[in-house]
Design a protein around this ligand. Structure first.
Ligand code: SF4
Ligand code: FES
Length: 338
C-alpha cells in the first residue's frame, strides 16, 4: 500500500499502522510514543501522544478524517495521506497532551533515576511548553516495594499499561495491574504481593518514566555519567544479551538492549539483570550505540537551551516589563530618551 506521511511516500505491507509506516521513513518523521511498544501485543491507544492528521483517508475515499487519529493503532489504507510534523493542529494538540500527562506527574527529574532516558522528559522537552498553568495539588502515593528488586513510585506513573502487558505476555501469572478508575487509577499488586518471577525485572525497562525503578541501581549515578557496553553470556533462561552500564570499572546496572525506539527486543531474566554485576560474568562486545540526540551521549538538554529563541522567550515571559511611561519633561532635551 502507498502511504504519504509529511510529503514522503512509501510502500508498506497491508495491516501496517501509521506509526510503523512513519518509523520506516525515519526517526524525524515518527510520532512520539509513550504507551505503544512494538514487542507488546495490544499496546498503544492510551496516551494520545502519537495523534496525527489524516488529510486523505485512501485513494478510493480521499475525504480527510474529521478528528486526529492515534497513529499507533490506525492502519494505513492505500493512498492515505498523513500529516505529522508539518501540521499545526497536531503540534498544538501535542502541547496539550504533554500538559495532561504532567497534571499529576511530579517535576522531580533532578532526583529521578529515569532522568536522561525518560520518554516523558523527552516528549515534554520536544513538544511541551516551559510553564505550567495548574495550581491544583497533584495526586500523591507512597513509594511501594514490589519485591526485592523493584520500586514503584506511583506518583510518576502515566498509566501506559506497558508493565501490565509485559507481565501478562512474558511471565506466568501476573500479580499486578491497574486498580480503580479515573483519577483513582493506580498500578498495584494485589495486597502488595511481591512480583517474584524470573522475568519480572523487564517491567523496569518498559516503563517510559521513572515509576518502576531498579532497587539495585537507585541513586547510584546519573545515566549520562555512566558508560554503556554491549555484553553477553550463555544464560539458560534468556538470550543473555544485555547492556552493562559502567561507572569507572564498576558495573552499576544491567539492562536489556533497546533499539532506536527505546524498545527491548529480547527480554532478559532476573539472574542476568540483578545478579551478574561483575565484568568477569560477561563477554564484552563493544560500546553500545547511543543515538546522537540522546542526552546520554550529547548533553542534549544543555545544548538545546543555547538556541537563541529559547532564552529570549524565557526572558520575555519571566521578567517584568520595564515601566518607562514616567514624565520626562524635566530632563534636558538632549538627555531625553525616545
Ligand atoms: S508503572 Fe510505568 S510501565 Fe507501568 S503503567 Fe505506569 S508508566 Fe506505564
Ligand atoms: S503511543 Fe499511540 S496512543 Fe500512546
Amino acid at each position: 500500500m502507498k502511504v504519504t506521511i509529511d510529503n514522503i511516500t512509501i510502500d508498506v505491507e497491508p495491516g501496517t499502522t501509521i506509526m510503523n509506516a512513519a518509523r520506516q521513513i525515519g526517526p524525524h518523521i515518527a510520532p512520539p510514543a509513550m504507551c505503544y511498544y512494538e514487542p507488546l501485543k495490544a499496546s498503544g491507544g492510551k496516551c494520545r501522544g502519537c495523534l496525527v492528521k489524516v488529510t486523505a483517508g485512501s485513494e478510493k475515499d480521499p475525504r480527510p478524517m474529521p478528528k486526529l487519529v492515534p497513529s499507533c493503532i490506525t492502519q494505513v489504507q492505500d493512498g492515505m495521506i498523513v500529516e505529522n510534523t508539518i501540521n499545526e493542529q497536531v503540534l498544538e494538540t501535542r502541547k496539550g497532551i504533554v500538559e495532561f500527562l504532567l497534571l499529576n506527574h511530579p517535576l522531580d527529574c533532578p532526583v529521578c533515576d529515569q532522568a536522561g532516558e525518560c520518554h516523558l522528559q523527552d516528549f515534554s522537552f520536544e513538544h511541551g511548553v516551559s510553564k505550567t498553568r495548574t495550581v491544583e495539588e497533584r495526586n500523591t502515593f507512597e513509594p511501594v516495594d514490589l519485591g526485592p528488586y523493584i520500586k514503584l513510585n506511583m506518583n510518576r506513573c502515566i498509566l501506559c499499561y506497558r508493565c501490565v502487558y509485559t507481565a501478562d505476555q512474558i511471565t506466568d501469572g501476573r500479580v499486578h495491574g491497574v486498580m480503580h478508575r479515573g483519577d483513582h487509577a493506580e498500578i498495584s499488586t494485589y495486597i502488595e504481593k511481591a512480583i517474584d518471577n524470573d522475568f519480572s525485572g523487564n517491567v523496569i525497562d518498559v516503563c517510559p518514566v521513572g515509576a518502576l525503578t531498579d532497587k539495585t541501581y537507585r541513586f547510584k549515578s546519573r545515566v549520562w555519567f555512566s558508560k554503556p557496553e554491549d555484553a553477553s553470556c550463555s544464560c539458560g533462561k534468556c538470550s543473555g544479551k544485555v547492556t552493562l552500564w559502567y561507572r569507572g570499572d564498576e558495573v552499576i546496572r544491567v539492562t536489556a538492549r533497546k533499539n532506536e525506539w527505546g524498545e527491548v527486543k529480547e527480554f532478559i531474566c532476573n539472574t542476568c539483570r540483578f545478579e551478574r554485576k561483575k565484568t568477569s560474568d560477561w563477554t564484552l562486545e563493544g560500546p553500545t550505540k547511543i543515538a546522537r540526540n540522546s542526552v546520554i551521549s550529547a548533553n542534549k538538554y544543555g545544548a538545546s537551551t543555547i538556541k537563541p529563541a529559547f532564552p529570549l522567550q524565557q526572558a520575555a515571559e519571566q521578567y517584568k516589563k520595564i515601566d518607562d511611561s514616567r514624565d520626562r519633561s524635566f530632563l534636558a532635551p538632549q538627555k531625553q530618551l525616545n
